[in-house]
Design a protein around this ligand. Structure first.
Ligand code: AIR
Length: 448
């Protein structure tokens, strides 16, 4: 890393001669005698002075072009990510192994991904103009959350931008009603459902309970899902277009990640088994590979492949499924992006889900999805009763355990149930995995 301190304006002017070709942000810092900023820009070297420049100009425009020189034929691909949360952060960690120029669009400049990209652009991923301007000078774009402006992505795609996955797939998945209808029309087994436009419609269908009410648009991480065991719970339901899905007699919940490249070649990760926290309706921990009969594993794999082929889109998809008490496999929902159910692949599989998405976007061969060792993930959720600047209790104890990998997402603020990090545990022994899961859950707490 390069550090420098420039004590006076004279020296700085001499430096200006020496550093012809510097970014505008760096020159501006000299002229304004903003030595602190100059030093910061110098410390960050080439990677981040463009980032600071973007950040400066972000108030007026969200277009990467304004802040970057024209791309030469041999320049790295410019790839944008819509959203800057933990999934974007881990995607960027994998990007560091490739030659690629990365851009993040996100409203919160302190988000987990902000300091890991080459260019951070502050803006609303739901706004048409912002997304369109962000994408129009890039080579490819992907998402790390579904709540993005689809119309802008459709326009960008029609103008030749590569969007992973295709906007048509994101559009279908983003809306739970469309998603369920897609399953039905593509013969993908999924729990029985009806659509409810509002609470009144739901009341009229009370005979369908027990069921799960899922809001059409905007839900994630357990938000937008209500379990309605009987009529007394109807008050918790959504007064908006939603899916009412028949309760399944669940034996296990599993997830399969499928990657498809531009040549329509596919790679499938081993199924993971998920254990949910019923109160928060969030993943509690998971074990991979799932302990299932080879018949069920094969069925889950075939359903997942059929689904991704129906989307007919390159990209990475996570398919969450139920195995019911009769061993029937049913698709619960799909995510058109890297996913919580694949965090363990960073350490526990030869090619992580994040690496895989870069291979797809950069046109490299698909990677090996096999597990190196069985693994578990504990999600670190903000502790009940604490909201504010995050503190991590028990970190020393967890870090002194063998074969564990701690990931803290760098979210400054915690709140109950918020995903603040995760811990991956690797072990050939399943009992050892479960024992460590329980120890970690007992001692590691995110409070404020
Ligand atoms: N995310 C997206 N869909 C589901 C999940 N969990 C991730 C993305 C997103 C982040 O959660 O990485 O940016 C938002 O987390 P939070 O805690 O800020 O709401």
């Amino acid at each position: 890393m390069y550090y420098e301190t420039i004590p006076s304006l004279n020296d700085a002017q001499k430096r200006q001669q020496q550093f012809r070709g510097w970014s505008r942000a760096k020159k501006k810092a000299i002229i304004k005698q903003n030595f602190h900023k100059l030093q910061l820009l110098s410390q960050c070297q080439n990677m981040s002075h463009s980032k600071y420049k973007d950040f400066d100009s972000a108030q007026s425009s969200s277009s990467p072009q304004q802040s970057s020189v024209a791309k030469s034929p041999s320049a790295p691909l410019r790839v944008g990510i819509l959203g800057g949360g933990q999934l974007g952060r881990m995607l960027l960690q994998a990007a560091a192994n490739y030659v690629v120029e990365t851009f993040v669009l996100e409203n919160d400049e302190h988000c987990p991904a902000a300091h890991l990209c080459h260019h951070f652009i502050k803006g609303d991923i739901k706004d048409f103009e912002t997304v369109y301007n962000f994408g129009k000078n890039l080579d490819a774009v992907t998402i790390e959350i579904e709540a993005v402006n689809i119309e802008a992505l459709e326009k960008l795609e029609s103008e030749g931008l590569k969007v992973y996955p295709k906007p048509s797939a994101i559009k279908t998945i983003k809306n739970k009603i469309r998603q369920k209808e897609f399953y039905a029309s593509n013969q993908i087994p999924s729990p029985e459902f009806i659509i409810t436009e509002n609470i009144e419609a739901l009341k009229k269908n009370a005979g369908f309970l027990p069921a799960v009410h899922k809001i059409g648009e905007g839900g994630y991480d357990g938000k937008g899902v209500q379990v309605l065991r009987d009529e007394s719970k109807i008050a918790k339901a959504f007064d908006a277009p939603s899916v009412l899905e028949k309760m399944v007699d669940i034996q296990k919940e599993i997830a399969v990640i499928v990657a498809m490249n531009n040549k329509k070649e596919t790679a499938v990760y081993p199924a993971t088994e998920m254990v949910f926290n019923p109160e928060l309706n969030l993943l509690d921990y998971q074990i991979s590979p799932a302990e299932l009969s080879s018949t069920i594993v094969e069925e889950a794999k075939q359903i997942s492949l059929q689904l991704v082929k129906s989307f007919d889109s390159p990209g990475l998809f996570a398919i969450e499924m139920f195995v019911d008490k009769n061993n029937k496999v049913l698709v619960n929902e799909t995510a058109p992006r890297v996913h919580n159910s694949g965090h363990h692949t960073i350490e526990a599989n030869y090619c992580s889900q994040y690496d895989m998405l870069w291979r797809i976007m950069l046109g490299y061969p698909l990677g090996n999805t096999e597990a190196i060792l069985p693994s578990s993930i504990v999600n670190l959720l903000g502790e009940e009763g604490y909201s504010g600047p995050a503190k991590y209790n028990g970190l020393d104890e967890v870090l002194s355990m063998k074969n564990i990998f701690v990931h803290l997402y760098g979210k400054t603020q915690t709140k109950p149930g918020r995903k603040m990090g995760h811990v991956t545990i690797m072990s050939a022994d399943r009992n050892d995995l479960i024992e460590k899961v329980n120890r970690i859950k007992e001692c590691l707490k995110v409070v404020s």
